[in-house]
Write a protein that binds this ligand. Structure first.
Ligand code: OGA
Ligand code: MN
Length: 294
């Protein structure tokens, strides 16, 4: 029997593809993993749509095939009880430990609403996220799409003068900055202490493709060495440029979808849904950089 080949079907003119032809719930051979990573390097966002939710253990195994998963908690949210999922999965659902939809005012719901700002996962950490694999276990009847922006295509389209201006800049990223922007209440001392800020170059070379990319996120609060306001204006302008519709793919979830994205060269954001009325059970495996990027 010959090994199944990954079928890669583009979903957008510049990036994002659907992957099929391989059963991702069984363990993948090295050739298939290499094909998937090649598809990720080319398309940055790959959607797998088997039509039924992926079991947690298969989801974790798929993540681990793509890179190391670190189970150390990366920040604290006061009052959150993490008991629904294994430590390898991030719980990004609106469902509490009693299996009920969270209530308005819940600190976790307010925190999750920060995902509606354009961001890339874990830019607030020195060891950034590489791949995120988001799996849909329950989806609301309306709303709750996820949008993705291609930061390599956006970089390519910048004016040469802008490229020269930003080439050597470093942005400072903090989870508490993006949460404040999204209306999260004043963080507690324990929350702040649980995750200090991190610094990352604004222009990076994407390792797998060799292409240059912007590295932006709602977590980016200012530019190192620049007056805060001036840095914020630049970051806002770049974010607006990079999220024009020509660089954006919008994913409308079907039950069971697993969308994998490369955090090093994309941004994403959740779109609104009635999050204190409808259940949305999304679970995320996240691979991490092996070493601190400078
Ligand atoms: C995430 C995220 C957005 C969404 O899981 O990292 O930002 O639409 N999710 O759930
Ligand atoms: Mn995210």
């Amino acid at each position: 029997m010959t090994a199944a080949r990954l079928v890669v079907t583009p979903l957008h003119p510049v990036f994002a593809a659907e992957v099929s032809g391989v059963d991702f719930t069984s363990s993948l051979d090295r050739g298939t993993v290499a094909e998937l990573i090649a598809a990720m390097d080319r398309y940055a966002v790959c959607a797998y749509r088997p039509g039924r939710p992926m079991p947690n253990q298969a989801h974790i195994a798929l993540g681990q095939a793509l890179g190391p998963i670190d189970t150390t908690p990366v920040f604290a949210i006061a009052g959150r009880k993490r008991s629904r999922l294994p430590a390898e999965l991030n719980d990004v659902a609106n469902i509490d430990e009693n299996d009920e939809v969270m209530k308005e005012g819940s600190r976790v719901i307010l925190f999750r609403r920060g995902d509606r700002l354009w961001h890339t996962d874990m830019s607030f950490h020195p060891k950034r996220a590489v791949y995120s694999l988001l799996s849909a276990h329950e989806i609301p009847p309306e709303g709750g799409d996820t949008e993705f922006a291609d930061l390599r295509a956006a970089y390519d389209a910048l004016a040469p003068s802008t490229k020269a201006e930003i080439e050597d800049l470093v942005a400072v990223h903090s989870i508490w900055h993006s949460r404040a922007e999204a209306g999260f209440p004043e963080p507690t001392a324990e929350e702040i202490a649980s995750r200090p800020s991190a610094r990352h170059r604004l222009v990076q070379r994407h390792p797998g493709s060799g292409r240059k990319t912007l590295y932006l996120a709602s977590h980016a609060s200012h530019i190192e060495g620049w007056p805060t306001d001036q840095g914020r204006v630049l970051l806002r302008e770049l974010k607006e440029f990079a999220t024009q519709s020509r660089f954006v793919y919008r994913h409308s979830w079907r039950l069971g979808d697993v969308v994998i994205w490369d955090n090093r060269c994309t941004m994403h954001r959740g779109t609104p849904y009635e999050d204190t009325r409808y259940r949305r059970d999304m679970r995320r495996a996240t691979t991490r950089e092996p070493a601190v990027a400078s």
